[in-house]
Design a protein. Structure first.
Length: 540
């Protein structure tokens, strides 16, 4: 698709400063913001989406280098078929334009330090069989674990509904609708898993996907663990045409309803007039107004950076500012030439663990260098997932190698200009680049000779382009403390301000999408709930 055909530009529509120009303004075009905007657009509302980056999509956007294109945050997405509410909703919001391709019978494959390998398949029955084959004496623990995954996931609907309650009704609904989920939101993953089995290897397999939500078992809420496992029980998918299609199709829906998405629109402050949110002021001085403002850049980021000073001191704003972010990460983007499938690449994601200890949160990367190997490498090959990928005569394909690193090491560089972060940064980046390439070569030796291009992104780049707190890959860390916070709701205490995205729901593409649904529902309760209910009725 040519750039001229994209449903966004740096142009701010004429008259945006008028209160009647748009029905709502959405800050941020990540998955939550795009979903909220598209849902409001489906109700006939004109929505202005403002995005500080030069491309829309948040972690769903893609970037190019000569001959190659990579996604930056979409590697596997579950529950997108017509058999699921989320799949039907995404299809409806994009008028069927967004299509998905299965990653195959296995979507995740794990390799452990003693050579044990286990595949997570697209069938619950096969998943159970794979676990029992690997741990034949642990059938009782496996069955109990899978039962908990399903049962705990079902309790979350009441929790989400309780989040929509007006502040005055919230305490009552928290004690009723949300109560079944709260038990599991308060329990830590490690405590639950340790109670099921004494086998440290099985514990590691149960919690092997913690990288999808970024919180080690001793810190994470078990409800989050259960949601991720349940999310993938029937396999994983990838957008046909690449992750960029998500933004193109959702934001086209916004444009079709008379709205627009403006890129390079960096919000300086939410305008407050008469005690309610009234619009936004951009850092270049431009203003846009609407009766509803939906912030999809994170509740904590909004409280710390976008509120007028007098409101930023309110109890709710200071409370959410204490919540911990999820980890930062580095990603080595690889370009290959040759038969990558024959050399070992797959559509399934490859996880390589250096230890069975799932409590190691990040690679030991310090300002003066790197210690040891990354405890986990996550390797994804997006070109093999996309049926529309054209490898050409050179047989060009792409890969990504991801691992967590400490934010503190990169924090000193967060405000430096892109490509102008100084010698110390470049030296650290070069060392990380070389080490990751070396580690990748050890794990997938057949692919190493086919690498023709390699580029590293760091948390400083994540901070620059996406602006999450502390370069966090998943927003706020999904701990019991996070889910206990009474202010983390889609309806802000400030009238006219609403929140969308993962921080008012859960992490990941679909978690952020549901956070977008909640944000839209808070802004238009009756109409959005009715719209989603009709999608849900089709499941019965």
């Amino acid at each position: 698709m040519s750039r001229d055909a994209l449903p966004w530009s740096k142009h701010l529509p004429d008259g945006s400063e008028r209160t009647d120009a748009f029905d709502a303004i959405v800050i941020g075009s990540g998955m939550g913001g795009m979903t909220a905007a598209a849902l409001l657009a489906k109700l006939g509302q004109r929505v202005l989406v403002v995005e500080q980056h030069y491309v829309a999509g948040g972690f769903t956007h893609a970037f190019r280098r000569p001959g190659y294109e990579w996604d930056v945050g979409v590697h596997a997405v579950g529950e997108v078929t017509e058999h699921t509410l989320t799949g039907r909703l995404l299809s409806k919001l994009t008028d069927g334009r967004l299509q998905w391709a299965s990653l195959g019978e296995s979507y995740d494959e794990f390799t452990y330090p003693d050579g044990m390998r286990i595949a997570f398949p697209d069938s619950p029955a096969q998943f159970r069989e794979n676990l029992i084959d690997a741990f034949p004496r642990e059938q009782k623990a496996i069955d109990e674990y899978l039962h908990l995954v399903r049962a705990v996931s079902k309790t979350m609907r009441g929790y989400y509904l309780s989040r929509l309650a007006p502040r005055v009704a919230a305490p009552v609904l928290d004690r009723t609708l949300a109560k079944p989920a709260q038990r599991w939101l308060e329990m830590r993953t490690k405590d639950v898993v340790d109670g099921l089995t004494d086998d440290p290897r099985l514990r590691a397999v149960f919690t092997a996907q913690w990288g999808y939500y970024g919180s080690v078992p001793s810190r994470s809420s078990f409800a989050m663990q259960a949601l991720v496992v349940k999310h993938f029980l029937h396999g994983a998918y990838y957008p046909v045409g690449g992750s960029k299609r998500i933004a193109v199709e959702l934001l086209q829906t916004v444009a079709n309803a008379g709205g627009w998405t403006t890129i390079r629109a960096d919000v300086d402050q939410i305008l407050v007039e008469g005690g309610r949110a009234a619009g936004v002021r951009l850092k270049d001085g431009r203003e846009a107004r609407a009766k509803k403002v939906v912030s999809a850049v994170g509740v904590r980021s909004t409280a710390e950076h976008l509120l007028p000073p007098e409101i930023a001191k309110d109890a709710w704003a200071t409370s959410v500012s204490t919540l911990e972010p999820s980890p930062a990460h580095v990603c080595l983007y690889l370009g290959f030439e040759g038969d990558v499938a024959a050399a070992g690449a797959t559509a399934a994601n490859q996880w390589f663990y250096e230890t069975y200890d799932m409590e190691v949160p990040a690679w030991d990367v310090r300002a003066d260098g790197v210690r040891g190997e990354a405890p986990c490498l996550y390797c994804s090959f997006p070109s093999l997932k996309d049926p529309e990928h054209d490898a050409g005569p050179e047989r060009r394909h792409t890969g990504e190698v991801v691992t967590f690193v400490p934010w503190e090491t990169f924090a000193p560089f967060k405000d430096a200009r892109w490509h102008k972060r100084g010698d110390a940064y470049e030296a650290l980046k070069t060392e990380l680049h070389d080490k990751l390439l070396e580690h990748f070569g050890k794990r997938m030796p057949g692919l190493a000779p086919l690498v023709k291009y390699a580029e590293l992104s760091t948390p400083a780049s994540t901070h620059h382009f996406v602006r999450p707190t502390h370069g966090a890959i998943y927003g706020l860390e999904p701990t019991p403390t996070r889910f206990r916070n009474a202010w983390l709701r889609p309806r802000a205490p400030l009238s006219g301000l609403f929140f969308a995205g993962s921080e008012v729901a859960t992490v990941g593409v679909i978690g952020a999408m549901m956070g977008g649904v909640l944000g839209a529902a808070a802004a238009e309760p009756l109409r959005v709930v009715d719209y989603v209910r009709k999608m849900s009725d089709r499941q019965r």
